[in-house]
Design a protein around this ligand. Structure first.
Ligand code: M6R
Length: 366
């Protein structure tokens, strides 16, 4: 059942070149320059003219939603807000008919997300679902949607469902940008090609993971970790921290790197591992200076860096290398080494990584 892997989580991490490919298949045609998403096409005018898109989700799916906020606002210039379903459903939010709700859920059964969209639907909002489980409650409650086609996810920690969500959300952003005309044809085509190359790049990362096990051994006894990122990689820092908490029971906090000096930097000493998501993008110089600030305080520096980036690598105690990619696509790649890091730390500590204590695969109670 585990296909020769020790755990479902590892199997699912290694399935990602295939699950992302399955998600793109029949939808993205990079050569023809087209994206086919019938659920989105039916409502395209409504979405591009929406007052705002409100993304609703929980946990890892919320992190996919936060990444999508950055991507959709950049590519489509549509106002996006991201809410925890549990907050949204109880706080009497202002919803108008021109609002579009985008619900993201692996299981399609998360109670808070389901009730949140039902409330919004009763106020006239259009509901789009990005769901993995076909025919699930959230899929049925949505007006339209896009399935993530990641296949069954057994491990309680979400891995391949997350990258499939990011893949779908990036395709949605590109489709909307195309319809709205907010991207040059050159940039649009370039991003389609970038997205098309993701399965191959994910496979490259998985083939270069040998050092991650050693890094996991080295830091497994730390009491706490900080995960930092900026821009598109800020949600990836949050996701890296959540994965570590779930699997290894080590306290971890994700933070925007620039917020560090507004408080968390007080935690930094020679015992604190700080994981930066520091691939080459618009924010690169700024994140390098954040890394220097940690180093000056003797924190242990671990970073996800772009292959060949000697400057970032030299600053670090340990690096997790990923291939070069456009910054819009990078989150999809950068999360992979962080999934592996938490997996190997959990295993090194002897925990049941497929069924972490206190957690359920889908949270069907509030
Ligand atoms: O099935 P959903 O995507 O709606 O689930 C949302 C969260 O419960 C889920 O992502 C949770 O945070 C996972 N344990 C993350 O690994």
């Amino acid at each position: 059942e585990k296909g020769g892997y020790d755990h479902f989580m590892l199997k699912e991490i290694f399935e990602q070149p295939t699950s992302i490919y399955d998600c793109l298949r029949g939808r993205l045609d990079a050569n023809a320059g087209s994206i086919t998403l019938s659920g989105i096409e039916q409502h395209a005018d409504k979405i591009i003219n929406a007052n705002r898109i409100i993304i609703i989700a929980c946990g890892t799916s919320w992190h996919a939603g936060l990444t999508a906020e950055y991507i959709i606002e950049e590519l489509c210039r549509i106002n996006v807000e991201v809410e925890y379903a549990s907050e949204f459903r109880y706080r009497n939010p202002i919803i108008n008919e021109g609002d579009v709700i985008l619900a993201i859920s692996q299981s399609g059964e998360t109670a808070d997300t389901l009730v949140a969209i039902e409330n919004a639907k009763s106020k006239g909002a259009t509901i789009l679902g990005v769901v993995n489980v076909v025919g699930s409650s959230i899929a049925r409650a949505s007006h339209a949607g896009v399935y993530t086609h990641a296949g069954p996810e057994i491990g309680v920690a979400s891995t391949k469902a997350f990258t499939a969500q990011l893949t779908v959300l990036t395709m949605i952003a590109l489709k909307l940008a195309y319809v709205k005309g907010t991207l040059s044809m050159h940039r649009y085509r370039e991003l389609l090609k970038e997205l098309d190359s993701v399965p191959e790049k994910v496979a490259w990362i998985l083939n270069h993971q040998k050092s991650i096990k050693r890094i996991a051994e080295k830091y497994k006894d730390a009491h706490s970790f900080l995960y930092l990122g900026r821009g598109y990689n800020f949600p990836i820092a949050l996701e890296g921290a959540l994965k570590l908490k779930e699997i290894s029971y080590i306290h971890a906090e994700g933070y925007p790197a620039a917020e560090m000096k507004h408080g968390p930097i007080a935690l930094v000493d020679e015992n604190l591992p700080v994981v930066f998501v520091a691939t080459k993008d618009t924010y690169h110089e700024k994140i390098l200076s954040n890394m220097q600030e940690i180093k000056a305080r003797k924190g242990k520096l671990i970073a996800v860096v772009t292959e060949g980036d000697e400057v970032a690598s030299k600053l670090c105690d340990d690096v997790l290398v990923v291939p070069e990619a456009d910054e819009i696509i990078a989150p999809l790649l950068n999360v992979i080494p962080l999934q592996l890091l938490s997996y190997y730390i959990g295993v090194a500590k002897g925990y049941d990584v497929d069924k972490p204590r206190n957690l359920a695969k889908s949270v069907t109670v509030e």
